[in-house]
Design a protein around this ligand. Structure first.
Ligand SMILES: Nc1ncnc2c1ncn2[C@@H]1O[C@H](COP(=O)(O)OP(=O)(O)O)[C@@H](O)[C@H]1O
Ligand SMILES: [Mg+2]
Length: 390
């Protein structure tokens, strides 16, 4: 199975064993070599030995009694293996150490003791920054839709955005990650399978099996439906990483309806998204919640991907957009008009807005789809993968 290869450096035997178990536990990376000694000079044999494995990542433990040696080793490894990303594991209580490690060439500084999730998120960040066009063939882009609070319109936006992308670009999927999925209802579909089935069959999941779990909508949009009951066994974050790795190999655009689901799965999917749209109303409570949601989802990784979409928008006296953007740390990307009758009857009838005669709200969502993909029209699809292809 293709995955990231990792070289583990730790002078302490227990720590080395623990790091190896954690790396292998992410399921997206595998330890290919471990070392109890840190290099002291460029011609140190341990450097040559590591180069022979050509690892994607070096995970190096900074022992409290060996900080200087560890920093020197990071510098040497960074210099001698320039294509390899160095991740350091160390205490968070010494800001100066973190700064020095970063200066020495560390790409990620992970708090000790790390968890599998910490490592997984760091691996995901690494692969998603490799998302440069043309690097690894064609991989799809993910847009995650979350609401500031329930009822803000995440599902409405996700369903109609996916339909708009499908009609402009084809090759689009809608994935319902909400804790209680409503997408199929909005689209009047009766799915035989859900996200849970795809996750349960991950060990044999390839494009054709994944497609067989999806249900097509009449204009070709492929839908991976959400759970209708609460899952007994919550899938792990690495299960979601695998599912989305298969998804981006299969579709050009993937819209994810996370609605109010705020957990490590949403955080992971948001982390690997091109954009995470926070659906909020232009009132104080909704915007306050949007800020909290962005804070939670943006705890790790870059926050540039967040954008606010103001739904049921109307001009409110005294509402200051610039102040809102500053407080939330995300720009207002789009405003969707308030059309209660059109929206609620679309949901009740299972005939989405995009399929009805020209409403202002359908035009607005089509505009959002165009805006989100305006740079993609003549650019090759962005490329990234959690796993290298063998
Ligand atoms: N632009 C809009 N104008 C009027 N009503 C809307 C709009 N968007 C959503 N709604 C209404 O808000 C309700 C909640 O929308 P939904 O998409 O289910 O939100 P969420 O997924 O965030 O919980 C829906 O019943 C719908 O009728
Ligand atoms: Mg919803």
């Amino acid at each position: 199975m293709p995955e990231l290869s990792v070289a583990v450096f730790a002078t302490d035997n227990d720590q080395r064993a623990v790091l190896q178990v954690l790396v292998d536990g992410t399921n997206v990376a595998r330890t290919v070599t471990t070392s109890a000694t840190l290099p002291l000079a460029a011609n140190d044999p341990v450097i040559r030995k590591t180069q022979a494995f050509a690892p994607d990542v070096i995970l190096l433990d900074i022992a409290t009694d060996g900080i200087t040696t560890a920093l020197r080793a990071i510098e040497l490894l960074h210099q001698e293996l320039p294509d390899c990303a160095v991740f350091a594991v160390g205490p968070m209580t010494q800001p100066q150490l973190i700064v020095s490690a970063m200066r020495a060439g560390v790409r990620e500084y992970i708090e000790r003791p790390p968890t599998t999730t910490d490592l997984l998120e760091a691996f995901v960040r690494l692969t998603s920054t490799r998302r440069k066009p043309g690097r690894e063939g064609s991989r799809g882009k993910v847009f995650t839709i979350v609401n500031a609070k329930g009822g803000s319109g995440a599902t409405t936006v996700a369903v109609n955005l996916a339909l708009a992308l499908q009609s402009i670009h084809h090759d689009t999927a809608l994935v319902d990650l909400a804790s209680l999925g409503h997408c199929a209802l909005h689209l009047n579909l009766k799915p035989a399978f859900t996200v849970s089935d795809a996750i349960t069959n991950l060990h044999r999941l390839d494009s054709s099996l994944l497609k067989s779990f999806m249900v097509p909508h009449e204009h070709g949009l492929q839908v991976l439906a959400g759970a209708a009951t609460h899952a007994a066994n919550e899938p792990s974050v690495s299960d979601f990483a695998r599912l989305f790795d298969t998804m981006v190999g299969l579709f050009r655009y993937i819209v994810v309806d996370a609605s109010s689901r705020l957990d490590s799965a949403t955080r992971l999917v948001s982390n690997l998204s091109e954009k995470t749209l926070l659906i909020a109303h232009a009132d104080v409570a909704s915007l306050w919640s949007a800020g909290r949601v962005a804070q939670y989802l943006g705890e790790t990784g870059s926050r540039d991907r967040f954008a606010l979409v103001l739904n049921r928008y109307r001009k409110v006296a005294g509402f200051n957009e610039a102040e809102t953007e500053a407080a939330i740390g995300a720009p207002v990307l789009w405003r969707i008009p308030n059309q209660y009758f059109a929206v609620s009857s679309a949901i009740d009838r299972g005939v989405p807005l995009m399929q009805q005669s020209n409403t202002e709200i359908a035009r607005s969502i089509a505009g959002l789809a165009e805006h989100l993909t305006k740079d993609d029209l003549d650019v090759k699809r962005a490329a990234w993968s959690l796993f290298k292809t063998v």
